[in-house]
Design a protein around this ligand. Sequence first.
Ligand SMILES: *Cc1c(COP(=O)(O)O)cnc(C)c1O
Length: 229
Amino acid sequence: MPMSTITNNLHAVRARIDGAARRCGRRPEDVKLVAVSKAHPAAAIREAFKAGQCVFGENYVQELIAKKDELADLDIEWHFVGHLQRNKVKYIISFIRCIHSVDSIRLAEEIERRANDRIDCLIEVNLAEEASKTGIPPAGVKELAAAISKMEKIALKGLMTLPPLSADPERSRPYFRRLRTILDEINEKGIYPQRVTELSMGMTADLDAAIEEGATIIRVGTGIFGERI
Ligand SMILES: *Cc1c(COP(=O)(O)O)cnc(C)c1O
């Protein structure tokens, strides 16, 4: 797509964030925008970066590494948002800022084993318990959070979810509420020694509802880069 489109799209997404935050009395700057660039070329990321976006999310380790090398001259904050296989942790751990998709104790243990510095992580929750999706079922979240609390290299920051696909963004809202409830429970019960505050939820179609329900991180792909080819 023409590069100016990416710049325009970014402005439009930021306007949506502003609008949604204002509607519910939140500050737009309390919502972090992760631009999900999977399946889009490094040149598209470069353009978004020029337009002021410096946080990018990728889903596939190989693709991420290639783009990271190509964009080494930019000070990009990389997030990993896709399913992470344990044997791939070692390839990204040195430069990734936040892993959104920790969904098992074994994956957390591998991150703990490989990390040099402390790394921010989110627990991915499969709220609808869809067989096709990764993420830990809600019943397992507290045990995983408790296990992570004993690890030195992982800083648990919050939770992430991807609600079931639906044409109607309002269908996502109950899932967003539920994720927030689980986060509140972790804090009320003191399952993790620090307060966990991040809710990574909301994508192009449903980011407005997500912000209204308390999202602190939204992950937007199509709305910025256009359809994936
Ligand atoms: C692709 C993807 C997104 C972005 O989705 P869009 O609908 O294109 O905004 C967000 N989060 C995850 C985990 C993704 O895989």
